[in-house]
Ligand binder design. Sequence first.
Ligand code: NMX
Ligand code: MLT
Length: 441
Amino acid sequence: MEEFKVKFKEQADKLGAEIKTMLQEHGNTVIGETTLAQIYQGMRGMTALVTETSLLDAQDGIRFKRRSIPELREQLPKAKGGSEPLPEALFYLMMIGEIPTEEDVENLSAILQRRSHVPTYVFDTMKALPKDTHPMTQFVVGVMALQAESVFAKRYAEGFSKKDYWEATLEDTLNLIARLPHIAAFVYRRKYKGGKAVQPDGMLDWAANFAHMLGYDNEEFKELMRLYMVIHADHEGGNVSAHATHLVGSALSDPYLSYAAGMNGLAGPLHGLANQEVIKWIFEMQKELNTEAPTAEQIGDYVKKTLSEGKVVPGYGHAVLRQTDPRFTAQMEFGKKHMSDDPLVNTVWRIYETVPGILQALGKVKNPWPNVDAHSGALLVHYGMKEYEYYTVLFAVSRSLGVLSSLCWDRALGMPLERPKSVTTAAVKRWLNKEVENLGD
Ligand code: NMX
Ligand code: MLT
């Protein structure tokens, strides 16, 4: 068995034993109360899940094993000559719980390289779709075609023991993460570059090879992809893509089915699709105002127009965060280092100076600050990737690292089927009128 698997199993057994003892001693401890408003309003603030890979703080943002985004950028190993963290290293941290050595990361990159071949029938399946199909749909169809390769599904069909679920899940996880960049690059090259594929380069790290297959060999773009793949990887367990992956996985659907479910959630405009919506919105604003560099006043008027049309300002607000997303700040720092004069990037920064005050004045928006999606597109446009409908696919490739690590943890810890109770409004009324003793009777 690969050393990486052995190390993960050791960590999982240790944590599993701790959880068992904790539940024996504290299983009946009450952790909070649930209000009627919460079950009608998207379960905000309701602690209802355990996710081992990361933890979100409303003020400070995401932390991976207690390390913030700036700390990850400092502490995780980098590519030779690079200064951004390697996503493989973050995957290692989420699985093993420690910052890997450079050798650990090289071993993991090699494991992924060995598993990266995508069978031709997957591309043939994707080719059956009209070229103008949304890139996220093409991507998920590719993932679903690849499901025929699932080790978990095969072994389950043959009949295998619960205690081996984790290993088959990890097999699928490594295979899927290894292959996703190729599937994603195929979507891009097919839809936007006349179908001319770029062959993978086995000497490159995971993110740099993805950039290469997309057709971007600029070293700075490779650095951007490393940073992008790290900061989009995980955002604890309650976000739509992580929660959907976990929920579907809880039915013992294999990692391909589970990840595809999560990515269908990521494709929604209130979640990952917001990255395309941000650039679309900025391009439309530039067109309407007939300028590449709108003033703060012009931006303010355009924001008010957007709101008056009953639309949200994409890239702003969050269900949990109550401050500027540190993932936005990391991208702003990247922009300042590599492209401080770029007009579009400067427009993103001017929007940042303008929007929060306007949203705050509405009095209902709980977080007027930018999230990760407010910045990402402008950096991509700088390097020539203007096809904004594709952006969520980049998010999806990165998110595989988090949601699939979580699925490995779910299986290793023997997490059960997720099945919360639901009620009807009629039942709520009966309960409020004291016609029944318990809500749901
Ligand atoms: N522009 C306009 N109105 C907003 C915005 C915004 N950016 N954010 C929140 N609101 C409104 C929201 O629609 C709601 O209005 P109403 O009561 O009329 O329905 C009100 O403010 C209260 O919403 P909140 O409790 O602040 O936000 P909630 O937790 O419900 O939603 C988001 C969070 C992220 C869905 C919301 O802020 C939003 O729609 N933002 C724009 C889309 C976006 O950027 N999504 C990406 C999130 C990050 N990601 O990658 O997933
Ligand atoms: C995410 O990265 O998943 C988003 O910020 C949404 C969330 O955390 O709810």
